[in-house]
Design a protein around this ligand. Sequence first.
Ligand code: ZN
Length: 329
Amino acid sequence: MKSSSIVALACGLVLALVCLAICPAPAPALAIDPPIVKKLISCVDMGRLKNVVRVLVNEFGPRHADHSVPFIDDKCTPRVQEPYPVNNAIMSGLWVEQYYQKLGYKVEKVPVPLGFKGAMGFNVVAVKKGTVYPNTYIDVMSHLDSEKNCPGAEDNAPGVAATMEIAAILADYPSRYSLRFIHTMGHEHEGMQDIGSMIHVSESLKRGEVIKVGIIIDGIAWVEPGVDTMNVLDYKGAESGRVADVICAAQKKYGIAINCRKDTYSLESDNFSYKFFNQTAVLSIGGVPFMHPVTKCLDVYSRLLDRSWQNVFLTTQLDLAGILELDAE
Ligand SMILES: [Zn+2]
C-alpha cells in the first residue's frame, strides 16, 4: 500500500472516530419487558397513597402561605396550639423534600414568590439521571399547594401522592431518560397563575435541557358522571396527543381496569406552562368537566369516597405504565 493511501486511510479513520464522538447514533428503542412493567405497576400501594394524602391534609392543610396551622375539622377550624415557625406551604414542601431524600433522589428546592406581600415558597424537584439520555427529561408534576381556606384533600393531595408513589417505585429503576418529579407552588395562590411551573419550565430550557414530556397529575380523585373510573388525558398538539395515546394504550396492554381517553379541552393546570413554552405535555385528570365534589372547608381526608380512592389508585398505575412505555422509546 502506498504511503499516501495509508495517510488517507488514517485520516478517514480519525474522521470517523471524531464523527462518532460528536454525533452518536440514537439508541434504539428498548423492547420493553411486559412482565417487568406488570410487576412494577403491581407495586402501587393504596395504603401508601392514603397515608401521603392524610399527612398532607391533616398536618399541613391548607397548604397555602396564608396559613401556619392545619385545620382540625370540616368547618375550617384552625388548630389552636403549636403554630408552625413557617407557613403550611413551606412545611408541606419540607416534608415532601425529606420523602425524596430518603428514596435517594437528588432534591432541589427552587424559590417561588407566592404573593404580593413578599411570601415565598418553593418547588420541590427530585431528579434521577437517565442512563442513555441524561439531558432529556420525563417530568412528572403535581401542584402541592391548595386554595386558601381549603385543606386540599381532593385538589391536589392525590396528585401529589400519585407522583410520590411513582417515584418510590422507580427509585431503583435504570430509566433511559432522566426522571424528574416536581411539586409546584403557586398554582393555587391568588394572582400567581402557575408561577411555580412557569419557573420550572423556563429555567430548565435556559439550562439547555430537553423536556421529552411533562405529565401533570391533578384532579384524579374526581370521576366524571356515568362511569366508575376515568383518566382523561388533556393535550394540545401532535406530539402531546401521541404521548396521550401511548399512556391510554398501556391500559389495554397491561389490563389496568380504568377508562382512559384523550381529549383537547385545554384545561387549566400546570400543563399551561409547558404549552406556553411550546413543550410537550399532558394533563392526567379524573374527569371532564372537572368539578369538586367537596369544596373549601369540606375538602377533607374523611370525605374522599371509595370510588375516588379507586380512581387515584388506578390512575397511578396507568401513569406509571405510560412513563415506562415512554422511557423505552
Ligand atoms: Zn388542582
